[in-house]
Design a protein around this ligand. Sequence first.
Ligand code: GDP
Ligand code: MG
Length: 747
Amino acid sequence: MLRFALAGNPNSGKTTLFNGLTGSTAHVGNWPGVTVDKREGLYKKSSEPIAVVDLPGIYSLSPYTPEEVIARNYILDEKPDCVINIIDATNLERNLYLTTQILEIDVPVVIALNMMDAVEKRGDKIDVKELEKRLNVPVVKISALKGEGIEVVMERALEVCKTKRTGVTVIEETALKHLISDIKIALEGQGVGNPLFHAVKLAELDDLEVLMHKDTVNMVSEFKKQYENPVFGDDYEALVADARYKYITKYFSPTLTRKSKEKFENTPSNKADKILTHKIWGIPIFLGVLFLIFHLTFSENLFFLGNLIPDDWTSLKGTALEGVFATGNGINSPGVILYNLVDAFTTFLSTTVEGWFAGNSTWVSGFVTNGVLGGVFSVLSFLPQILVLFLFFSILEDTGYMARIAFILDRLLKKFGLSGRAFLPMIMGFGCSVPAMINTRTLADEKEKIATVRVIPFFSCGAKLPILTAVAGGIVNYFGILNVDLITYGMYVIGIAVALISVIIMRSTTLKGDAPTFIMELPSYHKPQFKSLMALIWDKAKHFIKKAFTIILASTIVIWFLSHFSFSWQFLSDTQIDQSILASIGKLLQPIFTPLGFGSQIGSNGWVFIVAAITGLIAKENVIATFGTLALCIGSSIIDVEVDGGVAAVTTMISNTGISAAALIAFIAFNMTTIPCFAAVAAAKGEMPNKKAFKGTLIFWIITSYILSSVIYLIGSWWWTSFIVLAVLVAFIFLAKKIKITKKVKK
Ligand code: GDP
Ligand code: MG
C-alpha cells in the first residue's frame, strides 16, 4: 500500500488536513518511547486506499526536539512514497524554511498551501504557478478547514510518487556550496542514502549526524579549512540557516503579493506581538489578562460597576432574578450567573432527595444528606465556574497567546537554566498535572525535566479550583473582606511565582545546568474554533461529573463512616464525631500545622482542616467534599450545606473553629503546593529517572508547601513580619553568594 506523510510546522493545519483525508479511519497512537501523538489513517477516495501519517509539527529537521527527530527519522528511514509538506500560507516565508530542508531529501514532495481562505480574505495573492516553477515540485492551494483542494493534493501526490526525485538544495553561497558538494561526494562513495541531506547536516555538525558518520567528521573539518568563512567563523549552523533565508527572500517571497504594501514584519500578527511580547509590558499584560479572566469568572461586582451606580440601580431589585444577576449592589460576572442558575437546579435536586428520606431513621437520612449529597454537591456546585475558567484558558491556548507566554518567559528565565519549552507542560498543568507531567518527556535535558515535573502541581489544576473558590467564598462570606476573584487570581499568581522561584533555586543548586537551546517560531494568531472549544468543555464536564460520582462519592462515604465510628467501633451520632476515628487522626497531626495557622491554635473542631488536606491526596476535590460531609455534624446548621454547596460548608467550618482569614489563605496555599493527588504522584514517579529523584520530589513538595504556608500565615497575621521574612531572604541570598565566591576561591 502507498504511504504518504504529512509534514509541516506546528499549527499549519496538519491535523485538520489529516482528519479531512482520513475521516473515521484515523487511529491515534504514540510514537515509540515518547508521548507525541502518532496519527495514522486511510485515504479511500482514490482507486486504491493510501495510508496517511500525520507527522509531529516541526520547524526544522534539526534534532533539537523529539518531534524533530521523529519526523526526520520517519522521512529518512521509513521512506514514505510521498511527503505532503503542508504550509501555512499566511506565514509563507517562515514555513518555507522547513520546505528547503525537506527538498534536500530524495523523496517525492507535494506542497499543500493551506489557509488559502485566510490569505484571500486578507486580499493577498500567491502566484502558485511561479512558486511551483521555482520550487520544482507541485504546489496546490487548499483550505483544510473548508475541505477545499484536499483531493487535488492527493491526486498530485499520486502522480509524483511514481517518479523518482533527487534532493536539491537552495544553498547558493559558493564556499558553502562547494563544502557540501565535497561532503556529498564522500558520502556517496560510502554508499550513504540521501547523501545531500546528510552532507548539509554534517556541514552543520548536527549532533545526530556526527554520531552516525563518525569517520566522516574529521574529513569535514579538513574540508572546512579550505572554505573558511570570515563572517560566521565556526557557526556553520547559522551559516546554513542564513543561506536558506536569503534564498527564500530572494526567490520565493516575490511570488507573494500583499494587498497592503506593508512588509513581512508588519503583518497584524507581528504588530500584535510587538505589544503582547514586549520586553517590559509582556508580563504585566499577561497578569492583566489573567485577572480579567478570573474577574469574569468569579466576580460578584463586575467591572466594579456596583461602586458607581446608585443602590436601587435596577428594576430587578426584589425580584427572584436579583439573586441570579446581582449580588448586593454589584452585577454578577457570567461565571457567577451560571453558578447561580446551576445552583437553583441542584437545590431542587437535593431538596427532593432529602424529602424522600425525611421519615427515615436519623442515621440513614444523615448518611444520605450529609455523607452523600453534602460531599458530592459541595464539589459539583463549582462545575459551571470551572468550565467558564477553562473556556477562557482554551481560548488563550487556541489563539496562540499561550505560546507567546512561553516565549516571554523563555527570554526572562533562560539565564536561570529554564527554557520556554519547559513552560508548555507547565501551562498544561492548569488543566491537570498528570498529562502535563507525561508531556515533560518532550524535554531532552534530564535535570530540566525533573525540575519541571516538580513544579507542575504549583500550576493550580482544575481539581484544586473548588478549594480556591470555596475557601475564598468562605472568607468573603464570613469576614466580609476581599473578593473571590481577587483571592483566586492571587493564589494562581502565587502558584506560578513559587514554581518559577523554585525552578531557579533548583537549577542553581541540586539540578544545576544551562537551558538547552529552544528555538520557537510563534504561530500567527488564530480565531478560536467554536466547535473544538465546545468539545473540550464537554470533555472536561464529563470527566468532572464522572469523578464526582465515583472517586469523590466513594471517598465521602468512607469519610462519613470514619467520622461516625470510634476506634472501638461504636456508632456515633452527629454531635459526637469529635470522638471518631477521623477526629483522632486529625488531632494527632494538629500540632504539626500550628505554624501554618490551622493547627492546635484553632478550636476543638480544628482537626477537620487536617483530615480535609489528607483526603485531598486521593483527589483534590475531596478537600471541599470533606467539609461538605462534615459541615452539618460539626456546626449548628445555620446554613443549608447540601443546598448551598462548598462555600456554605467552608463558612460553617470557619464559624465553628474560629480559624483566621490568614490561616485560610495559608490552607489554600498548602493544598495547592503540597503532595498532589495519587494520580499525579504516580505520574511523577514514572517520569523520575530513579528512586532518589522521586523521594527528593516528595520531600520538595512537603517542604515547599510548609514554608510557603507558614510565610503566608506569618505575614497575613502580623504584616510587620514581612520585614523579618525579607531580612531572612536577603541574608540567605547574601550567604549563598558568599559560599559561591569562597568555592570559586578554593578552586
Ligand atoms: P497542526 O498543529 O498542524 O495539526 O494544525 P491544526 O490542524 O491543529 O490547525 C491549527 C489551527 O489552524 C486550527 O485552529 C485550525 O482550525 C486552523 N486551520 C487549519 N486549516 C485551516 C484553513 O485552511 N483555514 C483556516 N482559516 N484555518 C485553518
Ligand atoms: Mg496537530
